[in-house]
Design a binder for this molecule. Structure first.
Ligand code: HEC
Ligand code: HEC
Length: 461
């Protein structure tokens, strides 16, 4: 797609975001100006432009004609004005604006605030009104059926409850660069679904169509199946969204099979260039490949980087060898304890076959129930897919639970993470690839004096 077509598309998007119609804008053009027509018939970064346009309209459409949804559009959460993600500041601004509008009109509405995403939905159903997970942290409820070997512990009785599903709370990721971050067929994990990565923070969906159907069902609560082609159109639209011209060019080169691939970075000054070298060494083993989302062997596919609550504490060591920021109550309240029966008929050395584990979001363990077998790194507990970092300067806050407000906080978290990995190495074992190139020296983590340069580079991604 040429630059003019990209800007035309973006222009259309801005018109939609501002509440006017690009169709009307097209109709207002001089006779003979067929810019829009040529776009429609053309190829847009490997997608049919007409499908991209239709996908754009579907993405921002709150009415979803005939699907009997709850008034939500994709764009209500993936806000076009906020790099297609959702930040706590925008949620709160929308919440306050809604209260003001309601003073004059009791029917004023913002479909972001639907009962399904209220904290008290399980208790109060359609009259639920406590939106603090949304307002404080921009987190959305995601519900999983419990795997057959996992049960929840009732916090009041400390006994297994009769619940058959669990709610976890996740941030809204940007949909920029999704063309580059889906399954890539490389470096497979031992268990599915999607051993080589997928969509969602846990990689559970293989295609954007599958993902969109789930979003329409769960977030927009549609009651009628979407019409033929709508999921393909949504996918086409998302596949042409990139965080920068450099990433777009990189993606097009990947599609065309060009080697070597172009560098997606903008021009870098000396400090940023130094930061890039540190990034490649310290972060690239997990955030690798063109999408920055492909772990490079021997680093494994899915990782637990201790972002869940509660965070590990180095008890028994004074001073502690690593120290994570404690979760604030607004995140700690989402923690649950699970009773897990070991998979495959396995037992612990003492003959029992159950363990208890606590987490605000066990990640892929909710897809497989594969927990407690082998050393911690090899099961699915707390494991997430590795996200892309392209455009990261514009998508604060960070991590699946929005627990790091800034990139500085992200690096403070990683400092503790790398120290913990080093502290937990088995007595005669090798250092893991997350911190070591040779299994002997912890030569990957950034040194304190390297942080400023690394930050400068991260802001350029
Ligand atoms: C209520 C808010 C909300 C709405 C509405 C919503 N999403 Fe999402 N979206 C999320 C959240 C939260 C996640 C992360 C969920 C997870 O990982 O389990 C997500 C994840 C995604 C992802 C995965 C991105 C990646 O990098 O893997 C895509 C793609 C996506 N949404 C597209 C859509 C589309 C298309 C629609 C409309 C049909 C939509 N979303 C509607 C909240 C929303
Ligand atoms: C051991 C693998 C691993 C290493 C090494 C690693 N990351 Fe990550 N990174 C992950 C995983 C997994 C996630 C998702 C965790 C989550 O969302 O809670 C993540 C998430 C992130 C996020 C949040 C992205 C978002 O959109 O919210 C940032 C920022 C980030 N990493 C930066 C870095 C930087 C900078 C380094 C190097 C200092 C680094 N990572 C090293 C695995 C890794």
């Amino acid at each position: 797609m040429t630059v003019s077509k990209v800007s035309l598309l973006m222009g259309a998007l801005i018109l939609v975001a501002a509440g006017s119609s690009p169709i009307a804008a097209a109709e207002d053009r001089e006779p003979g100006d067929d810019t829009f027509k040529s776009v429609v018939d053309d190829d847009c970064d490997g997608e049919r432009c007409i499908a991209v346009f239709r996908g754009l309209f579907d993405f921002v459409d709150r009415r979803l004609h005939g699907l009997k949804g709850n008034g939500r559009a994709c764009a209500d959460c993936h806000m076009p004005s906020d790099s297609f993600q959702l930040s706590p500041a925008n949620v709160e601004a929308r919440f306050q604006a809604l209260q003001t509008r309601r003073l004059r009109n009791e029917h004023a509405d913002d479909p972001l605030f639907r009962p399904i995403d209220a904290n008290d939905y399980r208790i109060n159903g359609d009259s639920a009104s406590d939106f603090s997970n949304l307002r404080e942290n921009a987190l959305i409820r995601i519900t999983f059926p419990l795997p057959s070997n996992m049960r929840l512990i009732d916090p009041v009785t400390n006994l297994p409850s009769s619940e058959t599903s669990v709610d976890v709370w996740r941030m809204v990721p940007t949909i920029n660069n999704v063309k580059l971050t889906g399954p890539d067929g490389i470096n497979p994990w031992a268990r599915g679904p999607n051993t080589s990565g997928g969509y969602q923070l846990d990689g559970r969906f293989a295609t954007l169509q599958e993902q969109a159907l789930a979003a329409l069902t769960v977030h927009a609560e549609i009651h009628v199946a979407p019409p033929h082609g709508m999921l393909d159109d949504l996918s086409a639209f998302q596949n042409v969204l990139f965080s920068s011209p450099g990433v777009r060019a990189l993606s097009n080169a990947v599609s065309a099979g060009v080697t070597p691939l172009p560098d997606a970075d903008p021009p870098l000054n000396g400090v940023e260039q130094a930061g890039k070298v540190i990034f490649t060494r310290a972060c690239g083993q997990c955030h690798g490949g063109p999408g920055q989302s492909t772990p490079q062997a021997p680093a494994v596919r899915y990782h637990d980087i201790s972002t869940q609550c509660p965070r590990p504490v180095d008890t028994g060591h004074s001073p502690p060898r690593f120290e994570f920021k404690t979760c604030p109550q607004s995140l700690a309240r989402n923690v649950r304890t699970y009773l897990i029966t070991l998979p495959n008929g396995l037992t612990l050395p003492d003959g029992t076959n159950t363990i208890r584990r606590t987490s605000s979001d066990p990640g892929r363990a909710l897809l497989t129930g594969f927990v407690g077998v082998g050393p911690p790194a090899s099961d699915d507990w707390n494991k997430f897919d590795v996200p892309s970092l392209r455009g990261i300067g514009k998508t604060a806050p960070y991590f699946h639970n929005n627990s790091a407000a800034t990139l500085e906080e992200v690096l403070t978290h990683y400092t503790a993470f790398f120290k913990r990995v080093q502290a937990n190495v088995p007595i005669n074992g090798k250092l893991p690839p997350a911190i070591s190139t040779d299994g002997v020296h912890a030569d990957r983590p950034p040194a304190p004096e390297e942080i400023a340069a690394l930050l400068a580079y991260l802001r350029k991604l």
